[in-house]
Design a protein around this ligand. Structure first.
Ligand code: KG4
Ligand code: ZN
Length: 342
């Protein structure tokens, strides 16, 4: 097989973004993402609407990805798709599409674990991004997951700790909802926090195992605090929005950094990567830079467009599997609860 010209089409449809990407020998040629506006007025993803929107988006999104990559379907070496974890109705759209396309083109089909995809996005060939050496620690922070993973090889991963309740992205989004901000609120909290004082308000950090996370108590603490303040001053949120956002963000990032410090202590590994939607957060990026300076860590932060859900991360994972001839059987089905180690 000529490994000099491997074109992988990646398809991502696990939640509310329909995405397709073409990767050529590890380099991104296209990465098209169609966001679904339809959910914002409901304050969260509505699974049935997500599935319907994927059905509408998938053909034009794939078409656009091929066009931007300036290739034809017939040039593809394999089709990679997100098998799980995610919403069943959403996953089914990408899975069925990928299966039909691979079958029609008579090329290999490759199933990809979405969480592995977030982590392996670090192996996309980019001029100005360094790839982490094995073993490294990856803090995977997204809307559905919060995990500390020891990555010993591309496909050898061990979960060292994870959330016992809400994911960190949910903590951002639910806090934003309490403040009346639209979904998804994480990026908005980040935006307002830039202008605020992170020490203005103090929220209690949860007490859980060394490498585990818990965010539901923090969310309740924020809710009670806001309710109490608004009772005394109905304009409390408007008058203090930037300080509230900065304080929430500071507390959440403190929790993440505490856990990373514990992971370094437990494993002795100082190569630290972050992945997932919340790794777009400016405060965590800042804090990791400081950790390089003060604690001698080497940190790896994905390029912004590979943090939130995207198909380039699925395509690169597919590419790495392709190099190992690790293909899927056409009878494969979507798996909404797939674990990162599966
Ligand atoms: O990885 P992702 O796109 O989807 C999942 O697989 O869950 O992550 C989405 C999450 C949302 O909760 C969103 O609010 C959060 O990532 N997020 C952020 C930022 N950008 C996205 N949270 C904090 N700060 C950001 N800048
Ligand atoms: Zn994700």
């Amino acid at each position: 097989m000529n490994q000099k010209s491997v074109y992988i089409l990646g398809i991502e449809s696990s939640c509310d973004d329909t995405s397709a990407s073409v990767i050529y020998n590890g380099k991104v040629l296209s990465n098209v993402v169609a966001n679904q506006e339809v959910h914002s007025k409901y304050g969260g993803v509505v699974p049935e609407l997500a599935s319907r929107a994927h059905q509408q988006n998938i053909v034009p999104v794939v078409q656009q990805a091929l066009e931007q990559a300036s290739i034809n379907k017939s040039d593809l070496s394999a089709v990679a798709f997100t098998r799980g974890p995610g919403l069943m109705g959403s996953l089914l759209v990408g899975t069925s599409f990928a299966k039909s396309l691979a079958l029609g083109l008579n090329i290999p089909l490759i199933d990809v674990n979405h969480m592995q995809g977030h982590i392996l996005a670090h192996f996309i060939d980019e001029e100005d991004t360094k790839k982490p050496p094995f073993p490294f620690i990856c803090l995977t922070i997204s809307g559905g997951h919060t995990q500390i993973v020891k990555v010993s090889n591309h496909f050898e991963m061990e979960v060292l700790g994870e959330t016992i309740d809400d994911a960190v992205g949910e903590a951002f989004d639910k806090s934003a909802k309490i403040l009346g901000l639209r979904y998804p609120g994480g990026p908005l909290i980040d935006k307002y926090a830039q202008k605020g004082n992170p020490k203005a308000f103090k929220f209690t950090k949860p007490k859980v195992g060394d490498l585990d996370f818990s965010f539901s108590g923090l969310k309740t603490g924020i809710l009670y605090f806001i309710q109490k303040q608004v009772k005394e001053n109905p304009n409390f949120i408007e008058e203090n929005l930037v300080d509230i956002c900065a304080s929430i963000q500071y507390t959440i990032v403190e929790i993440l950094m505490d856990k990373l410090k514990n992971a370094v202590k437990h494993t002795g590994i100082k190569h630290i990567a972050i992945a997932g939607g919340v790794s777009a957060n400016s405060e965590i990026r800042k804090r990791l830079q400081l950790a390089e300076k003060h604690w001698g860590w080497t940190t790896y932060v994905p390029k912004f467009e590979y943090t939130t859900d995207n198909a380039a991360m699925i395509a690169i994972t597919g590419y790495l599997k392709y190099l190992n001839n690790n293909y899927s059987d056409i009878s494969i089905t979507a798996h909404p609860r797939l674990k990162v180690t599966e």
